[in-house]
Design a protein around this ligand. Sequence first.
Ligand SMILES: Cc1cc2nc3c(=O)[nH]c(=O)nc-3n(C[C@H](O)[C@H](O)[C@H](O)COP(=O)(O)OP(=O)(O)OC[C@H]3O[C@@H](n4cnc5c(N)ncnc54)[C@H](O)[C@@H]3O)c2cc1C
Length: 539
Amino acid sequence: MAREEFDVLVIGGGVNGVGIALDAASRGLSVALVESSDFAAGTSSKSSKLIHGGLRYLEQYDFKLVREALNERELMVSTLSPHLVKPVSFLYPLQEKLKERTYVGAGMALYDALRGFKRALPWHKHLSQKRISEIAPSLRLDVITGGYQYFDAQVDDARHTMSIARTAAKYGAVITTRTRCDELVMKGKRVIGAQVTDVETGNSISVKAKTTVMAAGVWTDPLYKKFGIKPGYAVRMSKGAHIVVPGDAIKSETGVIIKTDVSVLFIIPWGDKWIVGTTDTDYDESREEPLASRDDVSYIINQANRVLEPKLRREQVIGVFAGLRPLVSTDPDSPTTKLSREHVVDSQTPGFVSIAGGKYTTYRVMAEDAVNEAINHLRKIVPDSVTETLAIIGADGYSALMNQIPRLAKLYGVDELTVEHLLNRYGSLIDEVLSPAVQRTDLLDRVVPDLPYLNAEILYAVTHEGALSVDDVLSRRTRISFEAKDQGLSVVDSIAHIIGEVLGWSAKERKASIAHYRELISRQNDILIQAKEVTEKVS
Ligand SMILES: Cc1cc2nc3c(=O)[nH]c(=O)nc-3n(C[C@H](O)[C@H](O)[C@H](O)COP(=O)(O)OP(=O)(O)OC[C@H]3O[C@@H](n4cnc5c(N)ncnc54)[C@H](O)[C@@H]3O)c2cc1C
């Protein structure tokens, strides 16, 4: 990075930053990306994990946003990342027979129509109360008169973001995590690169770039301030929390969406568990570590219990996570739920572009817009974006491999469910993940008995996916941090052992990585325990 002069330097390794790196690299530009923590360590690992048009934006007449997002949903499910982005069904329960049914039905028809002639996902349908009792026995039939079933898609956001980063690297982008951008390098009024620091060694270098693109999400405002550049917009933070509960806490074959006073609440199938959320509250505390508060957990459970029987109980909560929405704002007084989910590209200083806002679903469009703007600073002819047809790594051959699960199970000596699990995380890279297990059969053992992850995946996280700590592996390469009842605390030693061997850790470094993860989890757990105490008092 210190040697070359790049066409584009990207600040931030969330979905937008890595999307920009891929867009730019695949147009033939030379690209570098610096991420101060880990891929998706900010908002991009803490979303509701839905690739959706956003049914609720129809009520805000935001048809352009919905249409654009539905187009992206279609591309991801069918072409760009079918191994990672999967259709998921939702039930919208109705509480009244005529007026609500007509109103919601019209919204559903519009939602389906806005995707045009593309049809990767089924059309919505009306369900009678009787049918609901069959497919979602946990829904309260005393308040639900019928419902609509419609389809969206879901993704493991952190895995998807990291996979885009790897795809960008495949097309030549130079990408580094644990590297913080500290200041911009100026020549007169022009930005000609940035001073970046390796946060693990403290080494600092200057990276030369014709254009620097900032995709720093909720860090945008403080970075603008640090760089001494006047921004054309501000980013407000809104916190959204989720809880995770076991599969048997809710008996349903479909996800559920319910309207709340301020927004919507999703009950989302997540493997054999449920993710329930989210909240939407103004936030001005630590950007690095947003935590779900006692009130967040109570709110989510109370909202879900409006339609559930038996009711969710606090002690069923396995894990929580909270993220910060980077909402573009010009009016400091507007409530965050009313702020536009559209994105803004800002470029008022030569050699510098910034982008923020939008949704996870529209990362590709945002990246294209940011690179189009960056090109204006390059003074050279650059091809149009090609990402609309550029599949991310692992997508190639995925559907053929899904048809060969029995053969692959025999080939690798694992059961068919494990093959399916691996194909849905690595696609056609499955061979890369499992080949070390030919020599070491212990790599085919599960990390945690009741979760499908294999030791081979932990090894692969450090050999191929850029993981550098116990937290990277448990929180983002796998989702053990919110899927395991003990957040993976019982396996931190074995994880540290596997990854430490590859990273060449000393005993001290191994201990430090474990301690760091334990601290993160204990702060989360404290909040859960407090939440439990409060409920017990209330009930
Ligand atoms: C609760 C919640 C639910 C959501 N649900 C959905 C959903 O279901 N579907 C959907 O489409 N969207 C959803 N979103 C929105 C979506 O998650 C975000 O729009 C998206 O993840 C933002 O990505 P980003 O790359 O802009 O920001 P981030 O992912 O936050 O990335 C910014 C990166 O910049 C890095 N950085 C900061 N400072 C520096 C520096 N000095 N040097 C280098 N790097 C730096 C950070 O470490 C971070 O990794 C949700 C958001 C929230 C909060």
